[in-house]
Design a binder for this molecule. Structure first.
Ligand code: ADP
Ligand code: MG
Ligand code: MG
Length: 899
């Protein structure tokens, strides 16, 4: 099959639809070239070749050589230059590019093709010796690190990475000679540095830096492929659930140079503001610079235009002011790209001696706020329709919109430590730590940490993930830290220049003030302000745009969304988030509380009762309390269904441990302490998850069911009398046999008649149903549905019993399963559609056969997981139920499933 796809002004093979094959970068380079934009010509080696490379044990397929040099010949003829030519040498970059962007995770090598024979020619042609040696020293630095050390696995003698060694040599030179910037280094010193670099490489790695363009090219291509399996890339893929099998493409592209002097520059831009979503062109650039300089935070980048000047860079000139014509050209390209993609683009450009080149475009990462604002604006601009608009937000991102912000009142009086760029919005407080490892370690110990770094690099990825927020001293809005934090919706401030970090003493100095590891900071990532101490947080206020967005989502979905709420307070939040009922009200949760609480005490008394008389007495005391909580919840959810699950308490969790609590129970039951201890012992089970729980308790102690059902009916009756419309649904848990349902039904019927009589009512609207959480129940669903008017899939238990994984202990092995690719995702987080899903569809079919109008819902944690919601939509369920805060996520996921 075809391995190589060319792109450029003359001939372009691919387009943006071929991301799987060409990677995102290659596909979009092709698309831009097709649009007639100034893209330096080159070619893409497909992701399939990457897989071949690994199958061949880290070797390029033989046939590739000839194809590469045939494609190279076309590039050479378009450029009027020759790769390796002495007089007019062509240089290229080798750029990685996977299907979905993995910022900074893989490698790119620039200036490939510079060597002792091509250097003089390039100097002669450009008349710019400094530039040539600057390009050469960059090639040496990148190549020795990426190709020689990482890909060819040469081990530096002194144990320090070669890149770091070379960087130190360059820093020492700058310090010794008093050069403030790289651009100040003299030609002689730059030349010398290159020679010393090569010597150091030979000494340290035991191999000479290659002086042959072809060798450099093939080495670079292999190294880019190999970087797909680099440590950082693998870690990133795991977090982002990107399959290992995708592979990366390699883009070989003619170099254009932003480091040829004052009429040259390089920059990065977003077609709209990625932090706020505002419809203004946003970007950063540096004069006389190359490639990563802007992103790496080596110098503070200049603002792109007058719009993007701010407190950090206001003293620097914008491209709009310095090179107005080129700015206009870039601005036109910005508009063209937005019109073409109808979405915000993240672009890279380079200006070589007054000529503009486009080097990359892709869908830009954005904050949740920006995503919402842009999607709604583009809908209103008539660029996209409602369906496209709804698909612009990943459901999970809604979490960030509901995230807390720093309370503006508290901010007024707070002590400001530093100001930086607002790279990731929202607020956060935490203890400061200075390394990625510390962040991970502290977070594991349940501490909230803010990772403070000079600048972040891809090695910090795990620490950034673990931290609640990220703060850096250097870098701009497009720096690595900013990009990654935004992608994750994490609060982040970059470029807070006053911070002086000392890694050895783990201290942070700001002027004369010293902060130590563990000190508390609060970050306002929306403004870019760092405060000392812990400030009060506030829920993000109701945003009218968000409301309208959710209304549009609701108008597209068919699946209903309910919430799991265990208290009247939860029910209230759920309603505010748009829940259309309660899918799971766990009655035992009203007993969770402190040891001194009366209800908990009564529950314990009931659990430890031995005789029916003892138990009835305890239940009679519990009754008014249970009835009141149920009544309050039904009232809050008036007019909406509320599924009340009958008691399913893990008995052992409720047994008192403290002697004084045991004594209290003993007194209440009029027995002695030893007896209480003995009864507690008897309640211990070796397999409590499969123990005496759910309906099984009710079979042994029918009076428990009776008390609960009476509470439900009486609470409903009183609400009806008050003119309300309660809709209770009685749900029997942990069933595996239709006769259990029949057994409980008889009690329900009796309580119903009794309540009607007591309140003089004709009827009380209610439903009777069961959870399906044991595989056996799913398999005999048809029989279960003869008794049950509804099913609610308890997918937590159903997953536990289907896999035979103990929910409480599986953490110990889950990572090994994920690392070894035995499972793709944790089945407790995202529904296992293959087996658990098949039990669900079996039960749906069986249930419908017995009762065509059966109501079907799901109430496990999966109800708030977008992929699982999509499955529920396909399986034809009536509703999903999830925790109150996930209701908006489920609503959007349900809309996307219907689109
Ligand atoms: P990443 O995926 O990490 O962004 P890129 O492949 O985009 O890596 O390259 C890194 C930097 O080098 C970018 O700033 C890019 O614009 C620049 N660059 C890559 N190829 C070329 C080229 N042919 N000419 C000039 N600059 C280039
Ligand atoms: Mg990079
Ligand atoms: Mg890039």
């Amino acid at each position: 099959s075809q391995c190589i796809y060319e792109f450029g002004p003359k001939k372009t093979d691919g387009d943006s639809s071929q991301k799987d094959l060409l990677g995102g970068k290659g596909a979009n380079l092709a698309e831009m070239a097709k649009l007639g934009l100034p893209v330096p010509p080159g070619f893409t080696i497909s992701t399939e070749c990457c897989n071949d490379y690994f199958e061949l044990g880290g070797n390029l397929p033989d046939i590739l050589d000839a194809q590469i040099f045939a494609a190279m010949a076309n590039v050479e003829s378009q450029m009027g230059m020759g790769f390796g030519d002495f007089e007019n040498p062509l240089l290229v970059s080798c750029r990685s590019g996977a299907r979905s962007s993995m910022p900074g995770m893989m490698e790119t090598i620039l200036n490939v093709g510079l060597c002792s024979t091509t250097i003089p020619g390039l100097i002669k042609k450009t008349g710019n010796e400094w530039f040539v040696y600057d390009a050469y020293r960059r090639l040496i630095m990148m190549y020795s690190d990426v190709v020689m050390e990482k890909a060819e696995e040469l081990k530096p003698k002194d144990g320090m990475g070669i890149r770091l060694s070379l960087e130190m040599m360059m820093n020492n030179l700058k310090n010794d000679k008093g050069y403030a910037n790289d651009t100040d280094i003299s030609i002689e010193d730059m030349k010398n540095l290159c020679e010393r670099f090569k010597k150091k490489i030979s000494e340290d790695l035991g191999l000479d830096f290659p002086d042959d363009p072809r060798e450099q090219l093939m080495g670079s291509i292999g190294a880019v492929f190999k970087s797909w399996n680099g440590r950082r890339a693998v870690a990133y893929r795991r977090i982002e659930h990107i399959p290992n099998s995708w592979g990366t493409a390699v883009n070989v592209q003619s170099m254009v140079f932003g480091n040829m002097g004052d009429t040259s520059a390089t920059g990065v831009a977003f077609t709209r503001d990625p932090a706020t979503g505002q419809n203004s062109f946003y970007g950063e650039w540096l004069v006389n610079a190359q490639g990563e300089d802007v992103v790496a935070g080596i110098r503070t980048p200049n603002p792109l235009n007058l719009d993007t000047k701010n407190s950090q860079n206001g003293h620097l000139s914008s491209l709009e002011e310095m090179m107005p014509e080129l700015y206009t050209q870039l601005f036109d390209i910005r508009n063209l790209l937005e019109d073409h993609y109808q979405d915000m683009q993240d672009i890279e450009f380079t200006i070589q001696e007054g000529r503009l080149y486009m080097l990359q475009c892709r869908i830009g990462k954005r904050t949740a706020t920006a995503a919402l604002n842009m999607a709604m604006d583009m809908l209103d601009e008539g660029r996209i329709d409602e369906k496209t608009m709804l698909c612009r937000l990943e459901p999970k991102i809604l979490d960030d919109l509901l995230h807390p912000i720093v309370d503006p009142e508290a901010e007024k009086h707070a002590a400001v430590v530093a100001e930086g760029l607002p790279a990731g919005p929202g607020g956060a407080y935490g203890q400061i730590v200075f390394t990625s490892e510390d962040a991970v370690r502290w977070a594991k110990a349940d501490k909230k940490v803010i990772l403070v770094r000079e600048e972040t690099n891809p090695e910090d990825i795990e620490g950034m993930r673990a931290a609640i927020a990220v703060l850096t001293a250097r870098g701009g809005m497009t720096s690595h830290a900013a990009l990654v934090a935004r992608g994750w919706g994490k609060c982040c401030i970059v470029g807070a220049g006053v911070l002086k970090i000392n890694l050895e003493t783990k201290e942070l100095r700001v002027g004369t003030r010293v902060f130590k590891e563990g000190d508390l900071f609060t970050l306002n990532g929306t403004k870019g302000t760092v405060y000392e101490g812990q400030l009060k947080m506030k829920d993000a206020t109701e945003n009218p745009k968000f409301k309208r967005f959710m209304e549009i989502a609701d108008s597209h979905r068919t699946l209903r969304v309910r919430a799991n709420a265990d208290t009247p307070e939860d029910a209230k939040i759920a309603r505010e988030f748009g829940a259309e009922g309660v899918g799971l009200f766990r009655t035992e949760h009203m007993f969770y509380g402190t040891d001194s609480d009366r209800p908990l005490f009564l529950l314990r008394k009931m659990i430890l009762s031995k005789t029916v008389a003892e138990r009835k007495e305890a239940l009679a005391e519990l009754f008014p309390f249970v009835k009141e909580e149920i009544g309050k919840t039904l009232a809050i959810m008036d007019g909406m269904p509320v599924t009340m699950r009958l008691l399913d308490p893990p008995l052992h969790e409720f047994v008192p441990q403290l002697v004084e609590n045991q004594q209290e129970i003993a007194d209440a039951l009029r027995i002695d302490l030893e007896e209480v201890i003995k009864r507690s012992e008897q309640l211990k089970e070796s397999n409590p998850m499969m123990g005496h729980r759910g309906v099984r308790l009710g079979i042994t102690y029918p009076e428990i069911i009776e008390m609960q059902v009476l509470s439900i009916f009486e609470a409903a009756a009183e609400l009806i009398q008050a003119g309300k419309t309660p809709q209770p649904e009685i749900m029997v848990p942990v069933t595996c046999n239709e006769k259990e349902l029949d057994f409980a039904r008889k009690i329900v019927d009796r309580c119903y008649e009794q309540t009607l009589e007591k309140y003089g009512l004709e009827s009380i609207g209610y439903m009777y149903g069961t959870m399906i959480e044991i595989p056996r129940a799913a398999l005999i669903a048809e029989k279960m549905a003869e008794h049950a008017q509804f099913f609610s899939f308890g997918t937590n238990d159903l997953t536990q019993m289907t896999f035979g994984f103990s929910r409480d202990d599986v953490g110990a092995l889950m990572n090994d399963y994920l690392d070894n690719g035995i499972l793709v995702a944790d089945p407790f987080e995202t529904l296992d559609q293959e087996a658990v899903g098949s039990l669900i569809t079996t039960a749906v079919d069986g249930g419908r056969r017995a009762r065509p109008d059966i109501k079907l819902g799901i109430c496990g944690e999966h109800g708030g997981d977008p992929a699982s919601v999509e499955f529920c939509h396909r399986a034809g369920l009536t509703y999903v139920s999830c925790s109150p805060y996930r209701v908006p996520i489920a609503r959007l996921a349900a809309a996307q499933a219907a689109i």
